[in-house]
Design a protein around this ligand. Structure first.
Ligand code: ADP
Ligand code: MG
Length: 226
């Protein structure tokens, strides 16, 4: 479960301001974040993930108050609890597909990288039809293949929360559906919560709930007038 209360966030530069009086996302929910470009969708994902901190307010992610943890504790929490899928994939180009998928285990000494994990990574890759490309370098993949690697990397540690930032951006319609199929199948199988930023109106209907960021900005305007 994610709880956001009286959140206020500003970047060090610029005049962007995000104010969210209250937002509760139940465990196991599937939620689409929608709203115009620049309305703060990525900013909120980063706050929920503990990558950035608000100026005021509280954020509880999986019932842990991230705002009370230091950088290191937030990072550990993130690695164990959150599968992040970035729009730009953020694969390491000098690594193979398999090593990219195994990355969370490589960078976190507390997570044991053994043969069981390697086997699971291979099965996950198989399930999204990139099992024959495990030894290929990330530079030699199509966009759709890269995105599937990014999804496998996010899912391998079995996180209870998936935060996916426009995971279907830059993909053709078949690959869009496919990436969402993988995320939804994972969420259904494991009971994970799935939060996805999307611009694709065709895909929004698949989610149990929609959070429209225009509402947050409307409340700021009302607040300014009052
Ligand atoms: P969205 O994901 O909804 O398109 P973002 O959360 O990325 O929007 O950005 C919200 C606003 O914050 C935008 O106006 C953007 O330009 C601004 N912004 C994003 N990152 C930074 C940053 N590091 N410093 C200053 N402003 C930023
Ligand atoms: Mg964004």
């Amino acid at each position: 479960m994610i709880t956001v209360e009286s959140l206020e966030f500003r970047y060090a530069e610029g005049d962007f301001f995000l104010h969210i009086p209250e937002l509760v996302i139940e465990a196991r929910a599937t939620v689409a974040f929608i709203g115009p470009s620049g309305s703060g969708k990525t900013t909120l994902l980063n706050l929920i993930a503990g990558i950035s901190l608000p100026r005021a307010g509280r954020i509880l992610t999986n019932d842990v108050e991230l705002t009370s943890l230091d950088d290191g504790a937030r990072r550990d929490f993130r690695i164990r609890n959150i599968g992040l899928v970035f729009q730009e994939f953020e694969l390491l180009e000098y690594l193979t597909v398999l090593d990219n998928i195994l990355l969370p285990y490589r960078i976190n000494p507390a997570m044991q990288l053994d043969q069981t994990v390697r086997d699971r990574a291979a099965r996950l890759a198989d399930s999204v039809d990139i099992g024959d490309k495990l030894n290929r370098y990330a530079t030699k993949l199509s966009q759709g293949e890269k995105q599937r690697v990014a999804v496998c990397r996010a899912l391998l540690p079995d996180p209870p929360l998936i935060l996916a930032d426009e995971p279907t951006g830059n993909l053709d319609p078949n690959n869009k559906d496919r990436v969402l199929d993988i995320l939804f199948a994972y969420a259904t199988r494991t009971g994970a919560t799935l939060v996805t930023v999307t611009h694709d109106h065709d895909l929004v209907g698949r989610f149990g709930r929609t959070v429209d960021f225009r509402d947050f900005h409307a409340s700021v305007r009302r607040g300014a007038v009052a």
